[in-house]
Every structure is written in structure tokens, then in C-alpha cells.
Design a protein around this ligand. Structure first.
Ligand code: XLS
Ligand code: NI
Ligand code: NI
Length: 435
């Protein structure tokens, strides 16, 4: 035990009326909603990087946090692991996520770096024997080191591609050995700063080759988790290839990988791409590639990926509606890829962020479930499309009508459709009864 969280007790569900400083007011992990517990629906995860590796810096100033594990050695990394599992226990969360570089210091060589990662992974394995927190996903940091400044898989230099492969092989194996349920690839440097020095098609061929190698290696080692791409349109690169869900699907389909890979959708990334979170969920759900979710939102005034904890139950309800309609998150979950603000320097702030975020997710889940159980909303939307359930609608969709057939029928029957209300305000009011 470290004394980092001294004086803080495990967080319990106390109900909406609770006046305790730290309590779950809505997240009651064992409460059943639509036949599953809240924990089974949400599958929340703590992100190692933002909670333990991030130092509170911004472009204008450095570290604001004072943590006993900040330092370059494996000893520091061990303290970090101790404190991380203490936070998981205090929050009583079922999952965590990490990048290789979050958990262990980078060495002089790839071999040394990979050994460091393995060293901490062994510590994780021991801790996981007694903690109930499991690994939702692992990933490789292929964006911080300067060697990746021009990309990892999409680098013009094949040696950088090879180095990235050596890193991913290690983290994929470690993820597998720790029982991780997903492996994530987020391509922060897989894009470009200027088209003047960039061959897009060449780089996309490289990215597809890299992804194929990851899939092949996952199969070879018996990893049965999901492989996920996390779309983001830009930041840090000016343009990133995994722009949004639809773009990622086009990429997967082009290279024949659409059955092998799903997406990890992040709230803030959806906004950066000019979409809403629920839009991205709906697109992925429709394509059958909804894998997992990063729960963090952006500050909509600043326009960057500010990685804040969720704070809007209404938005979360619309998101959960899409998730429930898609059949749930399966092996995925809700990763809090979120950080407390740089002024939130106290250990307790780490708990306030996660507890509040989980309560918002619980409210969203409950709202969406109530909306679905009531049924009015679905009925109104289904009625809007009812024509497609009729004989003629079905025949059109099944490919049994040509343009000429339809033209002839319109003329013969004197069809002249009357516009119908889209009922947006009515639908908004129905939703607002439940959130
Ligand atoms: C950055 C991404 C990153 C991924 C994991 O914007 O959200 O944190 O989730 O590499
Ligand atoms: Ni992000
Ligand atoms: Ni993310």
C-alpha cells in the first residue's frame, strides 16, 4: 500500500440523495437494466495514461502535478503501478487500459524498452490475481518519440515501420497474456502535415499492410480479443487517415479487412470530425463495426481534444440509445480516456473525475433504457419508414424494380406524394421525458 490516497475510502453507491463528497449517486453496478447489470452494460475502464502518466502540462507551461512516481526509473514505474491498482480498487472498476510507454520507461533500444514493458506487465499479472480489475485493452504509443514524427506504419522510412512493428508485437503479446479483451490502434501520426511531402496512396498501402500483420500475429498467438481502430480526424497530425468511422470503414473495405477490425469511438474525436458522438455510434452500429468507446468529451469552446470526463447526461442518453440498439458493446467498454484539469492537482480529483463520469454514464444508460422500454419514440420513428415495409417498398429494396418501372408506376397511378412532418420537436420532447 502507498499512502497516495490516504484518507480516501472506497467509493460506494449511495443513491441520488447522498451528500457524501465521494459517492456513486446513479452508478449502481449490480442494478439490472434491460436484463444486464449496469457494470455489464458500461464496462468502465480507467486510462493509465491520463490518470498516471500525464503531468498536467499545456503548450504554455509544464508539470503541475506532483506525483511520487514521476521519474525515469523502473522503480518509479512500480510505484505508479501500485497507485494505479489502488485507484482501480477505490473506484471498484472492472477494467483499465494502457499504452506501453505509460507503464514503463523507454530504454536505449527496442529490446530494452520491451523488457521494461514486460517487467511491469508481470507486476500487473500478480496484482490482477487479487484485484478484480481486468484489462480492457492495450495499445502501443507510436506517436510520442521523435522517431515517429513522420508516422509509424505510414512513415516514408521502412525502418520506422519495422521499429513500430517490433513495439506492437510486444504490446499485443503482453495484452494477450494479461487477458486483454481488445487491442487498439490509434494513428496520431498516421497522416500528414503537408501534402507537398506526402504520397497518400503509398502511405495507406503501408497502413493496411501493418494492420494485416497485426491481425495475422494476433491469430498466431491465439488472441481472441477485438482489434480496434480509433478514428480521429486530426491532432496531432494536420490530417489523419482514420478520419471518422465512415472513412475507416472505407479503408477496411478497400483492403478486405472489414470483417477483422472494428472501431473504438471517442466522443471528442467525433466532434473534431464535425459529427456528434451518437452519429459515429449509429454509423458503426449500422455497419456492424461498433467495438468500444472512449468516453471523453471536448470543451466545445476551445475546439481541441481536451479529454474531459463526460458531463452531459442528455447527450449520453442519445449515445446509449445507439449502443443499445446496436446490441451493446460486447467485448468493448467505456474507457475514460479523460484527464482531470491541470489545476486539479489533488489525489481526490482523480476520484471526482471518474465518479462523476460514471454517474453520467449511468444516467445516460437509464434514460436510454427507459426510452426504449416506453416504446413511443421507436413507434414514431418506425411509422416514418412504414412504407418500406409495404409490398412496393420491399420490392424496390430487393432490386425487383428498375428506374423505368418506377417511372411508369408513378405515371399510371398518378402518384403525387404529400410531404409529412419530420416531427423533430415532438421527438425531442419524447426523449426529454426520460433524461
Ligand atoms: C488520442 C487518443 C488516444 C487513444 C489511445 O487522442 O484518444 O488517447 O485513445 O492511443
Ligand atoms: Ni483522444
Ligand atoms: Ni482515445
Amino acid at each position: 500500500m502507498t499512502d497516495f490516497f490516504k484518507g480516501i475510502s472506497p467509493v460506494k453507491f449511495e443513491g441520488p440523495q447522498s451528500t457524501s463528497e465521494l459517492a456513486y449517486r446513479h452508478y449502481n453496478k449490480d442494478e439490472k437494466i434491460l436484463g444486464k447489470t449496469m457494470e455489464e452494460h458500461i464496462r468502465p475502464a480507467v486510462a493509465y495514461w491520463h490518470s498516471f502518466a500525464w503531468e498536467g502540462g499545456d503548450p504554455f507551461g509544464g508539470r503541475t502535478f506532483d506525483r511520487p512516481w514521476f521519474g525515469p526509473s523502473m522503480e518509479h514505474a512500480k510505484i505508479k503501478a501500485d497507485v494505479a491498482f489502488e485507484l482501480f480498487d477505490l473506484l471498484d472498476v472492472p477494467f483499465f487500459c494502457f499504452h506501453d510507454r505509460d507503464i514503463a520507461p523507454e530504454g536505449e533500444t527496442l529490446a530494452e524498452s520491451n523488457r521494461n514493458v514486460r517487467g511491469i506487465a508481470e507486476i500487473f499479472a500478480r496484482k490482477m490475481e487479487t484485484s478484480r480489475t481486468k484489462l480492457l485493452w492495450g495499445t502501443a504509443n507510436l506517436f510520442s518519440n521523435r522517431r515517429f514524427m513522420s508516422g509509424a506504419a505510414t512513415n516514408p522510412d521502412p525502418d520506422v515501420f519495422a521499429y513500430a512493428a517490433g513495439q506492437v508485437k510486444n504490446v499485443l503479446e503482453v495484452t494477450h497474456e494479461l487477458g486483454g479483451q481488445n487491442y487498439v490502434l490509434w494513428g496520431g501520426r498516421e497522416g500528414y502535415e503537408t501534402l507537398l511531402n506526402t504520397k497518400i496512396k503509398q502511405e495507406q498501402d503501408q497502413a493496411a499492410r501493418f494492420l494485416t500483420m497485426v491481425i495475422e500475429h494476433a491469430k498466431k498467438i491465439g488472441f481472441t480479443g477485438q482489434i480496434l481502430i480509433e478514428p480521429k480526424p486530426q491532432e496531432p497530425a494536420k490530417h489523419q487517415y482514420d478520419y471518422d468511422v465512415a472513412t475507416v470503414y472505407g479503408f477496411l473495405k478497400t483492403y478486405g479487412l472489414e470483417k477483422e477490425v472494428k472501431v473504438n469511438i471517442e466522443v471528442g474525436h467525433a466532434f473534431l470530425a464535425g459529427h456528434s458522438f451518437e452519429h459515429e455510434l449509429a454509423v458503426a452500429g449500422g455497419l456492424g463495426i461498433l467495438g468500444s468507446v472512449d468516453a471523453n468529451r471536448n470543451d466545445l469552446q476551445s475546439g481541441w481534444d481536451t479529454d474531459q470526463f463526460p458531463n452531459n447526461p442528455g447527450e449520453m442518453a442519445l449515445a446509449f440509445y445507439q449502443i443499445l440498439k446496436a446490441g451493446g458493446l460486447g467485448k468493448g467498454g467505456f474507457n475514460f480516456d479523460a484527464k482531470v484539469r491541470r489545476q486539479s492537482i489533488d489525489p481526490a480529483d482523480l476520484l471526482h473525475g471518474h465518479v462523476g463520469g460514471l454517474d453520467i454514464l449511468a444516467r445516460g444508460l437509464k434514460g436510454a433504457a427507459a426510452l426504449i422500454e416506453d416504446g413511443t419514440y421507436d413507434k414514431v420513428v418506425d411509422a416514418r419508414y412504414a412504407g418500406w415495409q409495404g409490398e412496393e417498398g420491399k420490392a424496390i429494396l430487393a432490386g425487383k424494380r428498375t428506374l423505368a418501372d418506377l417511372a411508369a408506376r408513378v405515371e399510371k397511378e398518378g402518384i403525387n406524394p404529400e410531404p409529412k412532418s419530420g416531427q423533430q420537436e415532438y421527438l425531442e420532447n419524447i426523449v426529454n421525458r426520460f433524461v
